[in-house]
Design a protein around this ligand. Structure first.
Ligand code: SDX
Length: 428
């Protein structure tokens, strides 16, 4: 009997099966041979929410949840946050290697020159109410881009994928900033190609009457690091949406719209907005113990805490917590930080959180920085989406190029009615 196998005995039949183990997994399809008789469909696994199912082989991001480790293509997130830039990191996430200077210059030039959007998109914006949530606008307008770039359907043409990648990474900030300006009733501020990626985003958000917007370098750097921290996170809910929708071979704009919609949820990227609303609801440090009581009574979730993979402190949260103070130096301290720190202090010493392995995740502190930078809470998840766009495209591309992948179509366990006859309405 070789070491790399799993021996399964089906006690219903007494039969024994030996399944190969590879990369710490067995292939679910190898279970289908386990049957009670020839009529039997064969054994499946039942795994709601895929809590213990690997859907793909990936080389993009590695997370060790127990040790709080996150690496993009083998580079620790702490090093990238300290030494890299978002555009360099997006190149790494997408290409697998850090760029040479010439490669980075070309990458930066191409993305910078794809920040404008078709003027017709403004008609979409005008159709939204002034208080439309920016994520609702972003989902709609990024999907609409698929109608402007018909070449995007050529998903197996590397040159087409490259061009859509420039457009998506270049235009997500523009679409997000336009949504923000629409919500304020302010005229749109167009891209300025002389500025950095983060600097231009600040320009499109906050430029008013000045001819040339000058981003505050501390805020520009803080935002660039936040984009790095959000670039990818292996098979999270929105990456799974990107892969699942992408597996039908739809264009990348439609797939990114689906991923953006998944991120919008309060349990996923929408949590950064929920954290701010929660801290405002708590209102003061003295109210924290009562709120924690309600969380332990399962009346509330402590938003920004917990994670499917991290059973330790999210390494991104640690970095964000440090950046917060750089931003507060410039913009003034966000008073909600004291409530957040008290939530963390109590939670990290309370048995409920320790036993449930609930630690701050990426969303716990990010909203505090965004708010201190002048963003309304409704923009927080759009900021997450901008950073994550490079990861979504990398996951989508890896799926397309993986010979083992095909259209995603899970099975089910059917426990519904057996066959029955139609009942005329007068006899019901
Ligand atoms: C992101 O997947 C990713 O990588 C996502 C992300 C990324 O970069 O893409 O990291 C970004 O989405 C971060 C997560 C942001 N969401 C939140 O902060 C929302 C609050 N967190 C929870 O909703 C929850 O922790 C999840 C959704 C993040 C994880 O949920 P799981 O893994 O499905 O865990 P669960 O809901 O089954 O909870 C397990 C237990 C439960 O208690 P019991 O029934 O076992 O007694 O822990 C409890 C839960 O009630 N629990 C919490 C809690 N999170 C889990 N209790 C209080 N507060 C919380 N936040």
């Amino acid at each position: 009997m070789s070491q790399n196998t799993l021996t399964i005995t089906d006690n219903r039949t007494g039969k024994t099966y030996e399944l190969p183990i590879k990369n710490g997994t067995i292939r679910a399809m190898d279970l289908r041979q386990i049957k009670v008789d020839a009529e039997d469909f064969g054994m499946m696994t039942y795994d709601p929410a895929f809590t213990n199912t690997a859907s793909c082989i990936s080389k993009i991001t590695y997370i060790d949840g127990d040790r709080g480790i996150l690496m993009y293509r083998g580079y620790p997130i702490e090093e990238l946050a300290e030494k890299s830039s978002y555009l360099e990191t997006s190149y790494l996430v997408l290409h697998g290697e850090l760029p040479t200077r010439a490669q980075l210059d070309e990458w930066t030039w191409n993305i910078t020159h794809h920040t404008f959007i078709h003027e017709s998109i403004r008609k979409f914006l005008d159709g939204f109410h002034y208080d439309a949530h920016p994520m609702g606008i972003l989902i709609s307008t990024v999907a609409a881009l698929s109608t402007f770039y018909k070449d995007a359907k050529n998903i197996f043409d590397p040159e087409s994928r490259r061009k859509q990648t420039f457009r998506l990474i270049g235009k997500m900030p523009t679409l997000s900033a336009f949504a923000y300006r629409h919500s304020l009733g302010m005229p749109l501020a167009y891209p300025d190609n002389d500025l950095s990626y983060a600097g231009n985003f600040l320009n499109m958000l906050f430029r008013t009457t000045e001819a040339k917007y000058k981003p505050n370098p501390v805020l520009e750097h803080a935002l660039d690091v936040l984009f790095i921290l959000h670039a990818d996170h292996e098979q999270n809910c929105s990456a799974n949406a990107m892969r699942s929708v992408g597996s039908s071979h739809v264009d990348p704009y439609s797939a990114i719209a689906a991923a953006t919609a998944a991120l919008y949820g309060p349990l996923h990227g929408g949590a950064n907005e929920e954290v701010l609303l929660m801290l405002r609801e708590i209102g003061s440090v003295k109210n924290v113990p009562d709120y924690i009581k309600r969380v332990k009574a399962k009346e509330k979730l402590l938003m920004g805490f917990g994670h499917r993979v991290y059973k330790n402190y999210d390494p991104r949260a640690k970095i964000i917590k440090k950046i917060a103070y750089d931003v507060f130096e410039v913009m003034g301290k966000n008073p909600l930080i004291d409530i957040a720190l008290e939530c963390e202090r109590i939670a990290l010493s309370d048995d409920y959180f320790i036993s449930h392995k609930l630690y701050p995740n990426v969303d716990f502190y990010s909203g505090l920085i965004y708010e201190a930078m002048g963003f309304p809470a409704s923009m927080f998840t759009a900021l997450f989406a901008i950073g994550r766009t490079s990861g979504w495209i990398a996951q989508w591309q890896e799926l397309l190029l993986d010979p083992e992948q095909k259209i995603a179509r899970p099975r089910q366990v059917y426990l519904g009615y057996d066959k029955r006859s139609y009942i005329p309405i007068d006899h019901r």
